[in-house]
Design a protein around this ligand. Structure first.
Ligand code: HEM
Length: 479
């Protein structure tokens, strides 16, 4: 079975709970009680084959492994040293998310993002340096702080919807990216709307768009693969980053030069004012890594999650019709809000844009009936966890109603990860999805040019709709 074979949503079974709990499975630092616990079962394929499969065909790889070996299995990867274990049990996930940071640090510093965003970002740092950066960045990403972006997000969405062609197929993902890129640029650099022509911010935005467009071409996966396991980029990726860096450093230099203009509340201004314990400001290199992280982490994920939402909705007519009826009705109000929220939760369950995350356990760890040695990489397959039939009955069906009046579980719904590494931009991503989804459902009528579900494709650490969620707009209303 694969995620692409999702069945269309039928009516929910009457009175049956649509979100359940998994049976308990003990997990955490392994007790030293002399009990012999085995290693999880291993997939008997060469290291290179396994690395290629998890990088390029992760969906098929993990679903097949779960079917053959169970919810916890081991594989060999060129990326991680030591044992690499994949788990999808909520109790195992909880043990990793609630562990002390030094017991189970994040693996993002060793992920394919490392050669791109560098070593100095909140994403790739570990230990006290990570916590320091995270504390610094939390306030502007707090729920209340992002609420003030709602009007700006709505304007960006309306501007974009006005440009869409009627009656011809187009991919939604790049259109969503145009919105989310403007939103994140506004938050980070304090620009309202599109950056003006000739400004360093415009150069940066255009280069990012170009880079993202390049990364959709077939050869780009090869360039990604030759960077797997590296700390510094090589080949075409290196040249692309050099071009991005020129713009990023130009933005930083321009802003340093204009410091003292006063009153700015954007994230770059905040970072420029930050000092560590001995009063040292961030270097240009540190700023570059942090800014690139926020721009990249902050727009591609949200854009593709929105694209997946429509890929799913257009193949689940009952859910799409209900959405349009509610958001267009005079008295839709809170029912419309609840349906939008439930739809976002269901999309992020069934199509988590980041399908796998990891921690390195620094001491022997128990995972149910198994024990893994210190220094193992333990990966949480968000995709497998979100497709557990004992938690989500009929897991391949797209059913927003699962989440109506139901708060997603902290360890069973983890599209934003968890613990002290939980996504910093979760509140912003949710706000963007709410506003953009509502605007598109209210203003447009979309159909899928092909009724077959779009397959998942893997780009770096993300899982995206293979064709960018193609749609045809059959009608548009005014803003
Ligand atoms: C739908 C959209 C998004 C999804 C699915 C998503 C998902 C994730 C996931 C799975 C992680 C890793 C968590 C872990 O290891 O436990 C993460 C981390 C992170 N995300 Fe997001 N993200 C989204 C949007 C955003 C946005 C809008 C920003 C804004 C800048 C952002 C910034 C970050 C940062 C900085 C981290 C690193 C946090 C840390 O390590 O302390 N993300 N995200």
């Amino acid at each position: 079975m694969s995620v692409e074979t999702a069945s269309p949503a039928g009516p929910p079974p009457a009175a049956a709970a649509l979100v359940l709990e998994a049976p308990p499975s003990p997990a955490g630092p392994a007790p030293d009680d002399g009990r012999e616990l085995a290693l999880p079962p291993a997939i008997p394929l060469p290291r290179l084959v396994q690395t290629l499969r998890i990088s390029v065909r992760q969906v098929q790889f993990v679903f097949r492994a779960r079917r053959l070996y169970g919810e916890t299995f081991r594989f060999r990867s060129l990326i991680n040293t030591g044992e690499t274990i994949v788990t999808s049990h909520p109790d195992h996930v909880k043990s990793l998310f609630t562990a002390k940071p030094e017991q189970a640090p994040s693996l993002t510093g060793e992920s394919p993002l490392r050669p791109i965003v560098g070593p100095n970002s909140v994403l790739t740092l570990v230990g006290p340096q990570h916590l320091r950066q995270r504390r610094l960045l939390l306030p502007p990403f707090h729920g209340e702080a992002v609420e003030r972006y709602a009007a700006m997000i709505a304007e960006a969405a309306d501007r974009e919807i006005d440009r869409w062609p009627t009656g011809e197929p187009f991919a939604l993902a790049p259109r969503m990216q145009a919105i989310t890129l403007d939103v994140i640029m506004a938050g980070i650099f304090g620009i309202e709307g599109e950056p003006a022509d000739g400004t360093p911010e415009r150069g940066l935005r255009d280069t990012i768009r170009w880079a993202i467009e390049l990364s959709t071409r077939p050869l780009s996966q090869l360039f990604e693969l030759i960077n797997v396991g590296r700390t510094e980029a090589v080949g075409p990726l290196r040249r692309l980053l050099a071009r991005l860096d020129r713009h990023l450093y130009a933005v930083i230099a321009a802003r340093r030069a204009s410091r003292g203009d006063g009153g700015r509340t954007d994230i770059l201004s905040l970072l420029l004012e930050a000092r560590d314990e001995d009063g040292t400001p961030m270097t240009d290199e540190e700023l570059r890594d942090e800014l690139l992280t926020l721009v990249l982490a902050g727009h591609e994920t949200t854009a593709n999650s929105l694209a997946w939402t429509f890929e799913r909705l257009l193949r689940t007519p009952a859910a799409y019709d209900r959405m349009r009826d509610l958001v267009r009705s005079e008295d839709g109000g809170s029912a419309a809000d609840a349906w939008i929220e439930a739809t976002i939760h269901e999309t992020m369950r069934s199509r988590p844009v980041i399908p796998i995350i990891g921690r390195r356990v620094k001491l022997p760890w128990q995972l149910g009936d198994f024990r893994v040695p210190a220094e193992s990489s333990v990966l949480v397959s968000i995709l497998l966890l979100h497709h557990r039939a004992d938690v989500y009955p009929d897991p391949f069906a797209f059913r927003p109603e699962r989440f109506l009046g139901v708060k997603p579980g902290t360890y069973t719904w983890v599209p934003f990860g968890g613990g002290i590494r939980r996504c910093l931009g979760a509140a912003l991503a949710m706000a963007e999805q709410r506003v953009v989804l509502g605007a598109i459902a209210r203003r447009t009528d979309l159909v899928a040019p092909d009724p077959a579900p779009e397959r998942a494709r893997h780009r770096n650490v993300t899982m995206i709709p293979a064709l960018g969620a193609r749609v045809v707009m059959t009608g548009r209303r005014g803003a």
